[in-house]
Design a protein around this ligand. Structure first.
Ligand SMILES: [Zn+2]
Length: 244
């Protein structure tokens, strides 16, 4: 996803389910959050936020990578595509989760486009990532899932449909502990976004999604079903009745 804490807010509950079923989880963000502050320098906040994200990943037993972009610079370019494709080739994932194509800020949208395209480009060996030791091309296009847009709405305030829900009632406690690792964001989100308590906001949103599908907490997703991408939804088989 785009920034440290986006994963923990939007899809960590589902990733924890997968981890508990033996899946390897690799978290990655486009930036290390250099603008998420009103008081720290760019270098200082990046160090703080990278460490927070790494700690959160460790809590759930996942790896963490940062693509190395700057906040507000996550725009779909060939260079960004090369970096994200390199990451996709390194891990050769079966399932990929990212932001939806329309979201509240352009970093999320640039990330979404880059991840979507990297899933496709990973298997095209003639697309060079220019890495010193390039990872081999992937052998398949992964299943691609879009998490909820922030607050469940697009930039016009319209509410896009939910493709399916994942019941995250039993994983929300760990999800909240992961989100709490991003302690530097508590004050930032309060003064810049007007969010008084970002962990409670995550739980409120999860409870809203849960209420829509008849459980306590849930996460909403839509699957990318364009031509060339897998059309089945393995999460239904993996998570059974937790997918609604
Ligand atoms: Zn974000």
């Amino acid at each position: 996803m785009a920034h440290p804490d986006d994963i923990e807010i939007l899809c960590a509950g589902t990733l924890i389910h997968l981890k508990r079923r033996g899946w390897k989880i690799h978290l990655a963000t486009m930036t290390s959050g250099d603008c998420g502050t009103k008081t720290e320098s760019s270098d200082a906040i990046q160090r703080i936020r990278f460490a927070e994200a790494a700690r959160a990943a460790k809590l759930m037993g996942a790896t963490y990578d940062c693509v190395g972009e700057k906040d507000f610079h996550v725009i779909y370019t060939v260079e960004l595509l090369r970096k994200v494709t390199e990451l996709i080739r390194r891990y050769n994932p079966s399932l990929v989760f990212t932001h939806p194509p329309s979201d509240y800020m352009t970093d999320h949208e640039g990330c979404s486009t880059a991840v979507r395209m990297a899933c496709f480009a990973g298997g095209a060996p003639n697309f060079s990532t220019r890495a010193a030791s390039p990872a081999t091309s992937t052998d398949h296009v992964p299943h691609l899932y879009y998490a909820d847009p922030v607050e469940g709405k697009d930039i016009f305030g319209d509410v896009p449909p939910v493709g399916f829900y994942v019941d995250t009632t039993v994983t929300t406690a760990l999800k909240a502990r992961m989100l709490a690792c991003h302690a530097s964001q508590r004050m930032w989100l309060k003064v810049h976004h007007g969010l008084d308590n970002y962990i409670q906001s995550m739980k409120d949103w999860s409870a809203k999604r849960g209420n829509e599908c008849g459980t306590k907490y849930a996460e909403g997703f839509r699957q990318h079903l364009g031509q060339g991408y897998p059309q089945d939804n393995p999460l239904k088989k993996i998570l059974g009745p937790l997918v609604r």
